[in-house]
Design a protein around this ligand. Structure first.
Ligand SMILES: Cc1cc2nc3c(=O)[nH]c(=O)nc-3n(C[C@H](O)[C@H](O)[C@H](O)COP(=O)(O)O)c2cc1C
Length: 290
């Protein structure tokens, strides 16, 4: 066909100009390293910013999630919203959408969950629009898989796609100590353009409990991704300023410490942060095992 009406290129421009903005999510990959609270905090931060998320939980991460939160993760339609809400300790309904100034009734428009075995899912292709990807926490196996381009599951394939498309990939490794092989893989990721943001909390922000340390890491991860967040207190150039806001160590008696969640244990009724950190099935114990 000839002329403007039949010109595919012109029609493409017109269609693109009139089309609603495409959903452009952050892909979040949760691999089987200890640290599911870091993933929960990053997810809460993205949703709080009104940004859509495509979530991939590796098969091994189901074990860490079960171990650290008591939640049995299932990817199936209808199965994951309840598990995700329990994990994040928040209702996902009614969040503002990033691409439109409207509120969605359900979780589906804001969050999509893809099975780790589903290599046909959107994030497997570079033509599927995304903002980039955050792998949190990143196991040494996933670090190796991404560095070597193995694409053994959807998480690794999506990371590979993110790199090949020149989009931002933030990888949050959680292991200690590192082997030489893992260190070399991390350097490879860095040299390929990924941001390696270790799960390494800073103590200058005046954290009073473990959740604040988790949120510090998540906040700095979101900083690396360019996502506005208020997950932690930023350095303002004044030594010791963060300490003046909270009781000094040694001035807190054991009862108060337990009340504040400084030691692990069942949350108080109405203790939102405690419930958030531990999830519904949690019976107490360390938040960060392994
Ligand atoms: C409870 C538990 C905790 C683990 N913690 C870590 C960890 O902190 N870092 C790590 O690299 N691997 C850890 N692993 C081992 C990984 O799960 C394992 O290497 C797995 O193959 C990773 O697969 P994935 O990268 O596909 O998720 C842990 C495993 C379990 C069951």
């Amino acid at each position: 066909m000839t002329g403007p009406a039949g010109d595919p290129a012109a029609n493409g421009v017109a269609a693109a100009a009139g089309a609603p903005a495409a959903r452009r999510p952050w892909v979040v990959g949760v691999s089987g390293a200890s640290g599911t609270p870091y993933a929960a905090s990053v997810l809460r931060g993205l949703l709080a910013a009104g940004l859509p998320v495509d979530l991939v939980v590796s098969r091994a991460a189901r074990l860490t999630l079960l171990d650290e939160t008591g939640i049995a993760w299932r990817d199936g339609p209808g199965a994951w919203p309840e598990a995700l809400a329990g994990w994040l300790g928040t209702s996902l309904a009614g969040r503002p959408r990033a691409d439109r100034d409207e509120v969605v009734a359900g979780v589906d428009a804001l969050v999509r969950v893809h099975g780790a075995d589903n290599l046909a899912a959107g994030p497997s292709s570079g033509s599927y629009p995304t903002r980039g990807m955050i792998v949190v926490p990143a196991s040494t196996a996933t670090v190796a898989g991404i560095a070597l381009g193995l694409s053994k599951d959807l998480l690794q394939r999506a990371a590979d796609v993110t790199l090949k498309e020149g989009r931002l990939l933030v990888v949050v490794p959680r292991e200690m100590p590192f082997t030489g092989a893992t260190l070399r893989h991390l350097v490879t990721l860095h040299d390929t353009g990924a941001v390696v943001a270790a799960a390494s909390p800073g103590f200058y922000a005046g954290a009073a409990d473990a959740q604040a340390l988790v949120d510090f890491v998540a906040g700095r991860v979101l900083d690396a991704a360019g996502v506005p967040n208020v997950l932690f207190r930023r350095w303002a150039g004044e030594l010791g300023a963060a300490r003046t806001d909270r009781p000094r160590p040694g001035t807190v008696d054991t009862g108060t410490a337990l009340d504040n969640g400084l030691t692990a244990g069942p949350g108080r009724e109405g203790d939102r942060d405690g419930a958030r950190a531990r999830g519904p099935g949690r019976q107490g114990g360390d938040a960060d095992g392994g």
